[in-house]
Design a protein around this ligand. Structure first.
Ligand code: GAF
Length: 399
């Protein structure tokens, strides 16, 4: 739906008023490398994608709030300071969480009533941050409409707080930070311990980013995600017997190897090894990208997948099958060996389903999709989807 259509729908839903309509957009995100490092105080390297959440919003002169989405049937209405949380997985909890964050931080009197109509194209629950996009969009709208003076990093932190404390998902900062701060054709090298970041140009030349959606619902993600977090915390506690650290990613692999004897449990040991080695891969990947060495960047993406599969164990049959199918397609298509068709491919996001991201030669992309799609279907009995994406900018007020 474009903005004119969305505005027409807004007016036919909410009626006319003297207040002006404003249009906003926040992208989804894909993380190029650096998975499960954010809550370990490490680096991530995500970028915005074109799939996004749009909204039309209009302030009211009273304290009444109405939220609606073209993607879901229900309309949510409440008086400020008197909202009711929906069942666990309801889409509007992400929005209500943001109203809660803002009223906690600034007081109810600082904001007023508002009507918002949302419309999203990010596949839901596919690991491309549809929920972070909705949170950052809601905070961005409240910030602009009621002149709250929040910076983009503060909006990201607010979105994470909504998700952690209101929705109840203990995510790190990566997703909200990426959708709030993303820049066109650049990816964010974000230090999750300090929130300092550098936006690095991603020049893919003859290549494109290809996202493969496994279409495997990842409904068990919350409990498994929390398990991984606590395994990493256990590793920190054990390592603290010999070294002063707060987070795993403060260590290099070399330092970790010196102290890893403190961790007896082989599972906890593997989890820590993934987080620390992945953090080193992000830094190396950014160096290689800056040096124009895309092939090496791709190789590090492959290594990241391997570590997420073997040490962190968050991939599963579907994500592994998708990565294998894409690599196999590349191998079949490049029989003459002249050109690398896929430079790298890995799972992206939390894992246990969701999407992969790969760097694929543009002229061969449709053949890769066709071959890998068939192979993936054969391996899993699921029908995948593929998206060729460009890197898009973060939250914006469009008009
Ligand atoms: C999910 C979380 F929301 C992020 O914070 C991050 O931990 C990611 O999984 C794994 O890198 O998307």
């Amino acid at each position: 739906m474009n903005y004119n259509e969305l505005k027409d729908l807004f007016l036919s839903t909410f009626g006319q008023s003297t207040e002006t309509l404003h249009c906003y957009n926040t992208p989804g995100r894909v993380n190029l490398i650096g998975e499960h490092t954010d809550y370990n105080g490490g680096y991530v390297f995500p970028c915005g994608i074109e799939a996004s959440t749009k909204a039309v919003a209009r302030r009211r002169s009273d304290s009444h709030v109405t939220l609606k989405s073209t993607n879901f049937p229900e309309t949510i209405s409440f008086e400020l300071g008197n909202m009711k949380k929906g069942d666990k997985h309801e889409w509007y909890n992400y929005c209500l969480g943001c109203f809660w964050v803002v009223t906690e931080q600034f007081g109810v009197e600082k904001i007023g009533g508002i009507e918002i109509l949302y419309s999203g194209t990010i596949p839901i629950g596919a690991g491309l941050s549809s929920s972070a996009s909705l949170e950052v969009l809601t905070l961005f709208i409240l910030n602009e409409t009621f002149k709250l003076g929040m910076t983009r990093p503060e909006i990201a932190v607010g979105g994470q707080k909504a998700e952690n404390q209101y929705v109840g998902m203990n995510c790190g900062i990566m997703d909200q930070f990426a959708v709030a701060n993303a820049r066109k054709n650049e990816a964010l090298k974000l230090d999750c311990a300090t929130l300092q970041f550098e936006s690095i140009p991603v020049d893919l030349g003859k290549y494109k980013l290809l996202i493969g959606n496994t279409n495997k619902p990842h409904n068990l993600i919350v409990s498994k995600y929390n398990d991984r977090r606590s395994e990493c915390e256990q590793a920190v506690t054990l390592l603290q017997k010999e070294i002063k650290i707060n987070n795993l990613c403060e260590l290099s692999m070399e330092q970790f190897n010196k102290h890893s004897h403190l961790i007896q449990d082989p599972v906890v040991l593997k989890r820590a090894k993934h987080a620390i080695s992945e953090n080193e891969r992000v830094l190396e990947a950014c160096r290689q990208l800056k040096a124009g060495n895309l092939a090496e960047f791709g190789r590090l993406m492959d290594a990241s997948h391997e570590s997420l599969k073997t040490d962190y164990e968050v991939t599963g049959h579907e994500l592994d099958s998708m990565v294998d199918a894409i690599r196999h397609a590349a191998h079949t298509l490049s029989k003459d060996g002249k050109e690398d068709i896929v430079l790298g491919c890995r799972m992206t996001g939390g894992g246990f389903g969701g999407c992969t991201v790969g760097i694929v030669l543009e002229s061969a992309i449709q053949s890769v999709i066709d071959l890998a799609g068939e192979e993936y279907k054969r391996l899993t009995n699921l029908t995948p989807e593929f998206y060729v994406v460009s890197i898009s900018e973060g939250a914006s007020c469009v008009e």
